[in-house]
Design a binder for this molecule. Structure first.
Ligand code: NAD
Ligand code: UD1
Length: 331
């Protein structure tokens, strides 16, 4: 069975391509390489022994996209391609609405024209806005606090409408919590351009002595030690979640929405403690003011995904740091 993976040379897409191949699926990647490199295709081959088909194409190029879907006739599509930098989305919102929303509409149209009915979408815990309580369940109210989050909310709404209009369209919306870590081999991982915004990539660069110290954004939150609490999930566990979601659509068509997280919240200081123990030295940090827009706590209620698709994250926080650091050292 052939799966079209948009954004498949990116961070989560490349790990999912590996899981798909290991589960016997054929993989066709479409990526415009705006935030990844073509060499990832060879890394996937090195890990799995199978080289995915690769198209350097933009989802905004409707004609090319249509021709690819027509030629490949995939059974399903997993849609990772999108822009994801929150700060940039505030500065250039139209770029985000254009790329993420229009790109998704083009993809759905190409699928409809070619009779492709199974769709898995990369959403985010950001759609819960500032949750009233934790752990967060899938039926909690949704809201957006920035244009990036607004694109995820809009796309989720579009998918609900598309499914209501055409129930041969089967859809799994996966809301990721905080993906971190890398494949055990150190061949693929997260390699952000410039200075990272997210916590773990920033910590990696401090450990590699590319940055002097970690700035801990606030220690006066209503959390166990005052620093922000998040649900970090190993990217290979997350990748497995996509295979389970696909199998669910194959067996029981419809529309489903699942949180993909571990259900455990770790504070920034706990993150520093675990990484320091992996490194065998202290990670330098300073407490600074809060980052605007940050929330106190965000972690998943994972019961629905566990019950309906048997998803349960297996890897520990230590695994996430060991594998992330291994990737950093090799790259
Ligand atoms: P990534 O940037 O590593 O991967 C996205 C890929 O999409 C890149 O390879 C990029 O080149 C490609 N792309 C972007 N626009 C495209 C277009 N118009 N046409 C073709 N290719 C295009 O990001 P990631 O971390 O792997 O995230 C994948 C998806 O998961 C994104 O939709 C993101 O919003 C979502 N997500 C990520 C996180 C996270 O923390 N990484 C959390 C929640 C949700
Ligand atoms: C951020 C995005 C969110 C996106 C998610 C996953 C913002 C406001 N939110 O969420 O929309 O879905 O990434 O990509 O950008 N921290 C530090 N120092 C740092 C970096 C982070 O202390 O240098 C803290 C933060 O305050 C937070 C935690 O670490 O408490 C995690 O931050 P981060 O990795 O950026 O993820 P989120 O804030 O969850």
């Amino acid at each position: 069975m052939k799966i079209l993976v948009t954004g498949g040379t990116g961070y989560i897409g490349s790990h999912t391509a590996v899981s798909l191949i290991e589960n016997g699926y054929g993989v066709v990647i479409v990526d415009n390489l705006s935030n990844s490199k073509e060499s990832v295709v060879d890394k996937i081959r090195e890990i799995t022994g199978v080289k995915p088909v690769f198209y350097n194409a933009d989802l905004l190029d409707k004609e090319t996209l249509g021709a690819i879907v027509k030629r490949e006739k995939p059974q399903s599509v997993i849609h990772f391609a999108g822009l994801k930098a929150v700060g940039e989305s505030v500065a250039v919102p139209l770029k985000y609405y254009g790329n993420n929303v229009v790109g998704t509409i083009n993809l759905l149209e190409a699928m409809a024209e070619n009779g492709v009915g199974d769709f898995v979408f990369s959403s985010s815990a950001t759609v819960y806005g500032k949750p009233a309580s934790v752990p967060i369940r899938e039926d909690f109210p949704l809201s957006a606090t920035n244009p990036y989050g607004a694109t995820k909310l809009m796309i989720e709404g579009i998918l609900r409408d598309v499914h209501a209009a055409d129930n041969t369209m089967n859809i799994a919306v996966l809301r990721y919590f905080n993906p971190v870590g890398a494949h055990k081999s150190g061949l693929i991982g997260e390699n952000p351009n410039g200075i990272p915004n997210n916590l773990v990539p920033y910590m990696m660069q401090v450990a590699a002595e590319k940055l002097d110290f970690l700035r801990v954004f606030g220690d006066d939150y209503g959390t166990k030690d005052g620093t922000g609490v998040r649900d970090y999930i190993h990217v290979t566990d997350l990748a497995e979640g996509h295979v389970l979601a696909l199998k669910k659509l194959e067996k029981k068509p419809g529309m489903v929405v699942y949180n993909l997280g571990t259900g455990i919240g770790y504070s920034v200081l706990e993150m520093i403690g675990t990484f320091s123990s992996v490194l065998g030295r202290d990670l330098p940090y300073k407490i600074v003011e809060r980052r605007p827009g940050d929330i106190d706590e965000c972690y998943a209620d994972t019961a629905l995904a566990e019950r309906e698709i048997g998803f349960k994250a297996k890897k520990s926080l230590r695994d996430m740091f060991e594998d992330g650091w291994n990737f950093q050292l090799k790259n």
